[in-house]
Design a protein around this ligand. Structure first.
Ligand code: GLU
Length: 292
């Protein structure tokens, strides 16, 4: 009788946590500790047993991953990571955040410095040679940030003049894309390791523009509307994924299940509304998970 009641309470709790949609996470076979159990030998079991996880994210991008006075990064990527971590049965305060600027993301996943990366991380085939992606959970697009009073830069082809300087970040997709548009890469393209350095260079007048995903740039506009604006329309598609180890299909499937459920039950939208949504960026419709 007592057992029956306990089972009913556990089932109700599982429902409340939205575990049912993750039904194929082989939840009952494993030996995990804490409130969840996962398939023996899986990454989910290892992390859930350890009750801690290392999450790679950005520390310099308002709305997505910005480390401020709280000492912890805040933003949409961080909230999406928290949704995944909660489904692993790990308390939020057991997340160790590791800064993963664009260039080091694959390295940190491959060498095990992080368990997952949520960092405005565009899914593409080149990156898939070294790591795997769950998602997408958002679609951004490349754009250009300029000074508020600039009327000369209206899109990527404005750099065809051969003189205007544009800043981006090493190892990012926008840094590669903009090379197709500038006339002289050697003198016009300035690369740093983080976007906040590009923003400072624009404000200080060392460069004429910054290029990366619209939502990152919108974060900088929101923080300093008197100085910056976006020039023109998005000119690429940047679907954001969660980076994991290439061979870890079970973990990728688990994250895909969590994302899919969160996009349906309101957690994804709330994560957005609480963060980047405040900066005038659009969430759009939930993207379809790509289970490749
Ligand atoms: N989403 C692009 C990328 O993954 C640009 C943003 C970034 O550098 O994180 O490269």
């Amino acid at each position: 009788m007592r057992m029956k009641r306990m089972a009913a309470v556990a089932a109700a709790a599982a429902l409340a946590l939205g575990m049912t949609a993750c039904g194929d996470n082989k939840g009952d076979e494993g030996t995990g500790s804490g409130s969840k159990s996962f398939a023996a030998g899986s990454t989910m079991e290892r992390l859930s047993k350890a009750q801690k996880i290392k999450v790679g994210t950005k520390f310099d991008q308002p709305g997505f991953g910005l480390k401020g006075l709280s000492g912890k990064p805040e933003g949409f990527d961080v909230e999406v990571a928290k949704i995944i971590v909660k489904e692993l049965g790990i308390p939020e305060d057991k997340i160790e955040y590791v800064e993963t600027p664009s260039k080091v993301r694959e390295d940190k996943i491959v060498d095990g410095s992080v368990d997952l990366v949520a960092a405005t991380y565009t899914i593409n085939d080149k990156r898939k040679e070294r790591i795997a992606f769950a998602g997408p959970y958002y679609e951004a697009g490349q754009n250009i940030l300029v000074k508020k009073d600039d009327t000369t830069i209206t899109g990527p082809d404005s750099f065809q003049d051969g003189t205007k300087k544009v800043c981006s970040v090493t190892g990012s997709t926008p840094a590669e894309e903009i090379k197709k548009h500038v006339k002289d890469v050697a003198t016009q393209l300035v690369l740093f390791d983080t976007y906040d350095k590009c923003r400072d260079a624009l404000k200080g007048g060392q460069v004429d523009a910054v290029t990366t995903d619209n939502v990152i740039l919108l974060g900088y506009v929101a923080k300093d509307e008197a100085s910056f604006k976006l020039a023109g329309e998005n000119f690429t598609k940047e679907p954001y994924g969660i980076g994991v180890k290439k061979e870890d299909t079970d973990f990728r499937n688990f994250i895909n299940d969590v994302l899919e459920k969160a996009m349906q039950d309101g957690r994804w939208k709330k994560a957005w509304d609480d963060t980047a949504g405040k900066f005038g960026a659009q969430l759009g419709t939930a993207p379809t998970i790509n289970r490749y």
